[in-house]
Design a protein around this ligand. Sequence first.
Ligand SMILES: Cc1ncc(COP(=O)(O)O)c(C=O)c1O
Length: 419
Amino acid sequence: MDALLSLFPPGSERGDDGMLLIGGCRADALADEFGTPVLVVSERALRSRAREYADELAARWPRSRVVFASKAFPCTAVQRVMVEEGLGLDVAGGGEIVTALAAGADPALLVLHGNAKSDEEIAMAVEHGIGLVVVDNSDDVDRLEATVPAGRAQDVLVRVIPGVQADTHASVLTGHEGSKFGLAPSAAAELIGRIERSPRLRLQGLHVHVGSQILDVEPFAKSVAPIAALGEFPVYDLGGGLGARYSYEDRPPSVPEYLDALTGAAREHLPGDAELIVEPGRSMVASAAATIYRVVTVKRGSVTFVAVDGGMGDNLEVALFGQRFEAAVADRMDATDGETVTLVGRHCESGDVLVDGVRLDAPRVGDLIAVPATGAYCHTMANNYNGNRRIPVAFAADGAARLVVRRETWADLLARDVD
Ligand SMILES: Cc1ncc(COP(=O)(O)O)c(C=O)c1O
């Protein structure tokens, strides 16, 4: 497979006329059917990655569970795929509980996170019988004790800061000393004591998460020893964070490499009969999708700006932490040359750049532009900047496509204005 196609969802092809196909669906047909921009997910790619994670973890650690970090692609259809593939769901807050339940998830397989869970969210967790609540602070314990009815006990994990620095962007780093998430080991030890004395909480174990878009296995392995020092428990949730492949240079560890490192450290430091949980988000979904845009204008000068009909309203990853993406003219995937352009969006912000410096084949108004690896956190952070109508999500499989999230309408934009 050539380098460009390798960034698109596995199974993507180039038609005889040069057109990009995702899940067997032509990019031009997808654009005609759903309009642009559209976030296209290869359903087969999504399912096969979920299976790969589940099979590879089970092969290394039979008492284990893969829990999809819903925040990476929080929509019912994606959560439903994960549920159908036998995975649990990590939910960060009430909204993800609502969509997870709508997706048919067994509440017992949900893991609730949050560094600032509200009374309402704690009440939802208890009411729906969510399997594990990850306690981030002592106020979580106060709230649970005030909410769990007498005679019941809520299973919890305590989130521990492992003090591990990973090489990733500061805004997606969480396991370092001074992180707002979780507790330093000494504070965690104190809270563990309190939970063990509480009749309304049942301590199942510990949780750790180093950060996101981590392209090296070492920080994951290093995060295990600090939690092992806190004692032996039935459950250890080792978080998510494995990086995804966005650009030609990225070489993220494979799922087997990542799990070898994690279970290797677990074998060294944790009880052999403990249950292991992993919570992949980005690496589960990023490469399963691509966004298709249409070129609105090409402005040639000292820099050639190719502006499309989307941008930071559907992909905040670039503005938020400078993530490098690639792009191609979807109609001419067979092009062998091109000119270097800056691919920009339509929003009133100079930071609204999709790709700074990408070679595109003679881009012109009306061309379709495809940006691969937009499956993670793009739908999550879609927004209404400049009155943007958030874009639809379509699943493509075996040459057929179906809408799973519709495009917002002008009426949607007015729907919450009550005066
Ligand atoms: C607690 C927790 N688990 C899992 C994840 C998923 O991380 P990623 O999408 O990088 O795999 C996150 C995201 O930051 C997280 O905060």
